[in-house]
Design a protein around this ligand. Structure first.
Ligand code: GRG
Length: 304
């Protein structure tokens, strides 16, 4: 049985993620120190340092290392990816959006600091992300840094995260949402920032165009995979909890893969996406690609 992929045999993925998470948390803490005016800095730090898997910074650093760069070179961009991600979560949780009370196991930003401050904390994180890449990236040619900044701007704007969010909002309560719309929302809300993370790491590490394109496609597939697995887990988790065969997503309005494809075909789709993601990495040395291969498996096999 091919359960553990052969690539991961000699590579300790958990140790790699633990080390990267630790380094990223330190860098984030340093990048956004508590200073005047304290209220906004506290709100930014509250969500930024609230935990989270740090998948985007890990992708950014791993891609940089894969093409011959080092962790330090990618770190400002890696932090910027996490700051943008955090910003999108703060704004997504607002009463005018999803109106959530909990995030990463803690009260949401607006619950603690108020809506006004939560909006501003998100705004400040957007602006600081760009500033941080521009000022803190060392030893990389300016044209490469500029390309990273442009890529990130596109990824979070009306061709990326914002596009995914507005189409998601528009499709709320619509019982006829099809696979195309579901995929559009997932690609724009999730895959695009993962792509930006990987592409940025690759650009900063000195990748050539072919390498950048392969890595972009890899991230595209794992981004979609992330959401398909999320949908599958929603069904399997709640059926386990309820002791029933039909999970909560099969009875709510929200379109999901299991609802549109059935559980079996959703699981096949997830396997396909994992295979396609890994296929993109075959141009690289297998040992060097181990972290990204491991990340694909991690996203495919996560249990919560
Ligand atoms: C204001 C420019 C601007 C953009 C915001 C609100 C919004 C537009 C977009 C929403 C994007 C959104 C919430 C996407 C969901 C992304 C996602 C997969 C979240 C879960 O990511 P994980 O599992 O979370 O990596 P952790 O907590 O581990 O970091």
């Amino acid at each position: 049985e091919e359960k553990v992929s052969e690539e991961s045999h000699n590579f300790d993925f958990n140790a790699y993620m633990t080390a990267k998470t630790k380094a990223v948390n330190l860098a984030l803490d340093k990048a956004v120190p508590l200073q005047h005016p304290e209220k906004i800095r506290e709100a930014m730090r509250y969500s930024l340092l609230a935990g989270g898997k740090r998948v985007r910074p890990a992708l950014c650093i791993a891609a940089c290392e894969l093409v011959g760069g080092d962790e330090k070179t990618a770190m400002p961009a890696a932090c910027a990816m996490e700051m943008m991600h955090t910003m999108s979560l703060i704004h997504d949780d607002l009463p005018c959006m999803d109106n959530d009370n909990l995030r990463r196991g803690k009260p949401t930003n607006h619950k603690v600091y108020g809506e006004d401050t939560a909006v501003l904390a998100g705004d400040a994180l957007i602006s600081f992300s760009f500033e941080h890449i521009a000022l803190a990236t060392k030893g990389v040619a300016a044209d490469r840094v500029l390309r990273v900044i442009a890529h990130l701007g596109k990824a979070i704007g009306s061709e990326g995260l914002v596009a995914g969010q507005i189409v998601d909002i528009a499709s709320e309560g619509d019982s006829n949402v099809g696979l195309d719309t579901l995929e559009y929302v997932h690609i724009h809300k999730t895959a695009v920032l993962l792509e930006s993370s990987v592409v940025s790491g690759a650009i900063l590490g000195g990748a050539n165009e072919d390498e950048i394109d392969r890595l972009r496609q890899y991230a595209h597939y794992i981004g979609l995979l992330f959401q398909v697995v999320d949908d599958i887990l929603d069904v399997t988790k709640s059926s386990a909890e309820l002791g029933k065969t039909a999970g909560k997503d099969l009875v709510t309005n929200k379109a999901t893969y299991p609802k549109l494809l059935g559980l079996e075909r959703s699981m096949e789709f997830a396997q396909n996406l994992t295979a396609k993601a890994k296929e993109q990495l075959t141009i690289f040395d297998k040992l060097k690609a181990a972290p990204l291969l491991g990340l694909a498996d991690y996203i495919a096999n996560r249990q919560n």
